[in-house]
Design a protein around this ligand. Structure first.
Ligand SMILES: [Zn+2]
Length: 147
């Protein structure tokens, strides 16, 4: 497989992929080699072509590629902020979480924000009882606490 940089008479620059150099000649002779942009069959190989792929890689994935790639960093910061918020505003009831959540839900305990530990099973049961449970991602390790 060889790649030629090609130009049509309208100045469009594109790549032609050929199994072997003779294919280019043959396709051009038969007039089946045409510009993908304007369909002109007046196509020339650019003599100084490098095979560095710079053009005609536009595809659906380009949008993806231009999205910010710092998502992981952002989410770490967001997680730290979230956990700080929870530390401050939520009472940590640990393994009592399912029980406490039920008490609050059924009005047997003071209504407050709690956090704690629940198994998948327990979280599912709470959810089925109409109790709002949010799973927290693991707490990120803060750099200053590393030693
Ligand atoms: Zn063209």
């Amino acid at each position: 497989m060889i790649i030629y940089d090609l130009n049509c008479d309208a100045g469009h620059h594109f790549e032609g992929w050929f199994g072997r150099p003779a294919d280019y000649v043959e396709q051009k002779r038969k007039g089946i080699l045409s510009c993908p942009i304007c369909s002109s069959t007046n196509v020339k190989k650019i003599p100084t072509a490098s095979h560095v792929k710079t053009q005609l890689t536009v595809s659906a994935s380009e949008d993806e590629a231009t999205k910010p790639s710092g998502q992981q960093v952002v989410s770490t910061h967001a997680m730290q902020a979230l956990h700080r918020y929870i530390d401050k505003h939520f009472a940590d009831v640990g393994a009592q979480f399912p029980e406490e959540a039920r008490k609050i839900h059924y009005g047997e305990a003071e209504e407050r924000n709690i956090c704690g530990v629940a198994s998948n099973e327990e979280a599912k049961e709470l959810h089925e009882e109409g109790i709002e449970v949010h799973r927290l991602p693991p707490k990120p390790v803060e750099k200053e606490k590393l030693n």
